[in-house]
Design a protein around this ligand. Structure first.
Ligand code: KMH
Ligand code: ZN
Length: 278
């Protein structure tokens, strides 16, 4: 398989994140066993890739190398999902620790293209770090997903590709992360502006809208032919006052929106073709 039917829809699930406390949301998957169960359910619902943030035995965010490998193995043993590790971690993680995430040998890693105000915190991604992480991903054969929180970061991606060339596998996959307090708005207008500015090397892109912006962003992304990322990292309610009980509910909703737009969820093998992993 070298190319995909045009109707295929990549659904990525981001089930955990680093921001929500287990005590506030007991249904958040924060152990390898919970992650494996979540992965199986989300695969059945139409997800092809999983974006993972790891938690320690106290359910706190961690970049511990042993735990990272354990969580990657938990997903690989239970599903065929494409495994993407977050290199963003939490806003408190040091940059050196974030580079070491690639030691866990994921298929893909997130790579945020610039520093962003993140609520009351700052998500640090200085240019030297971005360059180091990108070159490391090329050396290790890990396919990056470029996380774009604002239009300036789209420009930075053009600069990065101009300086260092294409990622391992030759494909350029981006994810617009919208509606973060400090980043671009989660609106159709912001999505259209970002998509128009994507580098010409871009081969695929998805979008995710944080919180209340999730549906506006998903519908705009489908209208523009993009892919979707959903999950409890970004969204904790299905509607006002209706909590998400399982990540698979968000994947099911994304698959249903896709069906209305005449898109078919792609399999993990198709996602491997899309991302240059096949
Ligand atoms: N948790 C945020 C600080 C990523 O995974 O690469 C960063 C984040 C992006 O979630
Ligand atoms: Zn993340």
């Amino acid at each position: 398989m070298t190319s995909l039917p045009a109707d295929r829809l990549l659904i990525t699930v981001a089930p955990t994140g680093a921001e929500t406390a287990k005590a506030d949301c007991p249904q958040l998957p924060t152990t390898p066993e919970e992650l494996a169960r979540t992965a199986v359910e989300c695969r059945e619902a139409g997800a092809a890739m999983i974006h993972i943030h790891v938690r320690d035995h106290d359910h706190q965010p961690t970049l511990d190398g042993v735990l990272l490998k354990e969580w990657v193995a938990a997903v690989r043993e239970s599903t065929d999902l494409v495994v993407q590790l977050s290199t963003g971690g939490s806003v408190h993680d040091p940059l050196e620790e974030r580079l070491k995430v690639l030691d866990a040998a994921p298929d893909s890693c997130s790579l945020t293209m610039g520093t962003t105000n993140f609520g009351d915190d700052v998500f640090m991604n200085p240019w030297p770090f971005v360059q180091d992480l990108y070159q490391l991903s090329q050396e290790r054969g890990v396919v990056p997903e470029f996380e774009l929180f604002d239009l300036g970061q789209v420009h930075a991606l053009r600069r990065l590709l101009g300086r260092y060339g294409l990622p391992h596998g030759g494909k350029v996959h981006c994810d617009l992360v919208m509606g973060v307090p400090g980043g671009m708005d989660g609106t159709a207008d912001a999505l259209v502006a970002s998509v128009a500015a994507l580098p010409p090397e871009t081969t695929s892109w998805s979008a995710t809208g944080i919180g209340r912006s999730t549906l506006a962003v998903a519908l705009a992304a489908l209208s523009k032919g993009g892919h979707l990322r959903v999950g409890m990292e970004d969204v904790l309610t299905l509607a006002k006052g209706v909590p998400v009980e399982r990540n698979a509910q968000l994947v099911e909703r994304a698959a249903e929106l896709g069906r209305l737009a005449q898109r078919t969820p792609m399999t993990p093998d198709e996602a491997r073709v899309l991302l240059g992993l096949a």
